[in-house]
Design a protein around this ligand. Sequence first.
Ligand code: NAD
Length: 355
Amino acid sequence: MKLNIALLKGDGIGPEIVDSAVRVLEKIGEKFGHEFCFTPYLIGGIAIDTVGEPLPEETVNGCLRSDSVLLGAVGGPKWDNLPGNVRPEKALLGIRAAMELYTNLRPARLYAALKEDSPLRPDLVEKGFDIMIVRELTGGIYFGERGYREGKYGTEAYDTEQYSRMEIERIARAAFEAARVRNKKVTSIDKANVLETSRLWRKTVHEIAAEYPDVTVTDMLVDNAAMQLVRNPSQFDVIVTSNMFGDILSDEASQITGSIGMLPSASLGATKRGLYEPIHGSAPDIAGQNKANPIATVLSAAMMLRYAFALEEEALAIENAVNRVLDMGLRTADISHGEEALGTKEMTEAILAQI
Ligand code: NAD
């Protein structure tokens, strides 16, 4: 296959970790006979500094023209005091909207080799867990009507949660499809005892469930889900939820794995072209020091091969290489416990050697 990949390196450790993933993809290309063409575009703080806006039109057009997009991370203290519409993070919402990426897939799994990093009790860690969080990404309260108005007690601010049946149907389908190739269990999370949007969510998810008789679906209230994730995470297979609940719960799920530098994500739309990125931020505290863990970005590249290009064998080659490196006891600083820490480049070399 010949594939064009847009690279959005961004800020902080973004360039270092994207370079690692590019090297891994190049090795996969050599081994399996694919040609990957990479084109970098500006995003985030570096785009503000260079052209005065966080998401230049050229970047959007470049991403729309490409076969898939690999993103590092954006943001940093340098841009923290800019107004909301020119902050680096604005580019993330912008690119998701422009590419119509309404599904966010965030796997949270506990690596056997990294069990001691989990903050959970040893008996829970022993059971392990492997959860796929499917978060709705372009609707709900983050995109609803908002503003200020004069109320009974003076100035008040408001944000509005809204979901259409269509938006819920398509995210539910994404969750059921994901469950089909996993353990065939979907937990739909809402706040149906309080919110009207959640009642429509629940009803619609069950309607779509009828199309997937091989998958079981259960409902859970979001407050209970927050507890269950730390009480008994192994009960979950696929979780599907709204934009804001998914934002919060996926961060909680990532924390119980104990290793933020290990977790990839995929954002998909109708075309599955998608955008792939680590879940962590730009880590300005370690930027440019060859200290960043590249694994989350490398695993994001593996997700790209699987979801954008249906290259399952190639995706597994990357995931198995990462597993082997961890089993060999090789660690970057963020996941080391006394072992000598490898730098970003050395960890990348170690992964390449296992492909
Ligand atoms: P962060 O994820 O960047 O860093 C949190 C901590 O984890 C830091 O100590 C950092 O050094 C460490 N860390 C993160 N990734 C690591 C890696 N790959 N290897 C080793 N250590 C790693 O979160 P933050 O400090 O809250 O945010 C920093 C900046 O990133 C902010 O400007 C924030 O807005 C931005 N941010 C961007 C994204 C994104 O681009 N998707 C997501 C979250 C935060």
